[in-house]
Design a protein around this ligand. Structure first.
Ligand SMILES: [Zn+2]
Length: 229
């Protein structure tokens, strides 16, 4: 079996921290969950963050505010990893011309297909660009869509007041001389000027737009001074 190629472009630590503490919006949470299916590096980071968050909460419990609290916190962080070192096995092809099989399970769950052997319900958006909306548009303009973009075609990205994340599911695109392939995440903010262009095999990707990150959890607030967001 050919070893899986690991993603080269990952999620920012503050996004993973917000995911681990449950404070991300639904769309970006879906993108993180899908990236984690490709990426043992970010899986390990999220597992660490969940352990840190749990340990912090334990340490902040009133009955644990004693001299043992820090020792217990440090001991928990030294506990052995339970993270799988290799990506999950590929799913056998079926349906959608093999497209469905290329999608991570969290995204397949959002498609809610009645017939998994049929084609995916792509809707034409522009020449060379089809899309599938995965969840209702959010009140603040958040959006979660799959895009299927033909070869050598610009990706349908745009400026807005929030951030935009693109996760490559098949094929590739290049942006500012960087190449993004299966499992890679590209993040653009409102200040980003970019013109991503698909490669020779086209691209299926998940594009999420969301309002700026807000950290409402304890962990989020604790890391906010360090991330500068
Ligand atoms: Zn990653």
């Amino acid at each position: 079996m050919t070893p899986a190629i690991l993603p080269m472009h990952h999620l920012e630590p503050e996004v993973l921290a917000a995911y681990a503490s449950g404070t991300l919006g639904e769309g970006i949470s879906l993108l993180v969950a899908a990236h984690l299916t490709f990426c043992p590096i970010c899986r390990a980071a999220v597992a660490d963050l969940e352990r840190v968050g749990g340990a912090l909460l334990d340490a902040l419990e009133p009955d644990s505010l004693n001299k043992d609290a820090l020792d217990r916190l440090l001991a928990r962080l030294d506990e052995p990893e339970e993270v799988s070192p290799s990506p999950p096995p590929p799913v056998p092809p079926k349906g959608g011309g093999g497209e469905l099989a290329a999608l991570p399970a969290p995204i397949r769950a959002y498609l809610s297909l009645s017939d998994e052997s049929g084609p995916l319900p792509w809707k034409r958006l522009a020449p060379g660009v089809r899309h599938i909306r995965l969840m209702p548009r959010g009140a603040e303009g958040s959006n979660a869509r799959l895009f299927k973009v033909a070869a050598h075609t610009p990706l349908p990205t745009h400026g807005h007041k929030g951030s935009e994340w693109t996760l490559v599911l098949t094929g590739s695109f290049t942006d500012d001389s960087q190449r993004f392939a299966r499992g890679d995440v590209a993040e653009a903010t409102q200040d980003t000027i970019h013109a991503p262009l698909t490669g020779a095999e086209g691209c299926i990707c998940l594009i999420i737009t969301d309002a700026p990150l807000r950290y409402t959890s304890l962990l989020g607030r604790m890391i906010q001074p360090f991330t500068g967001l």
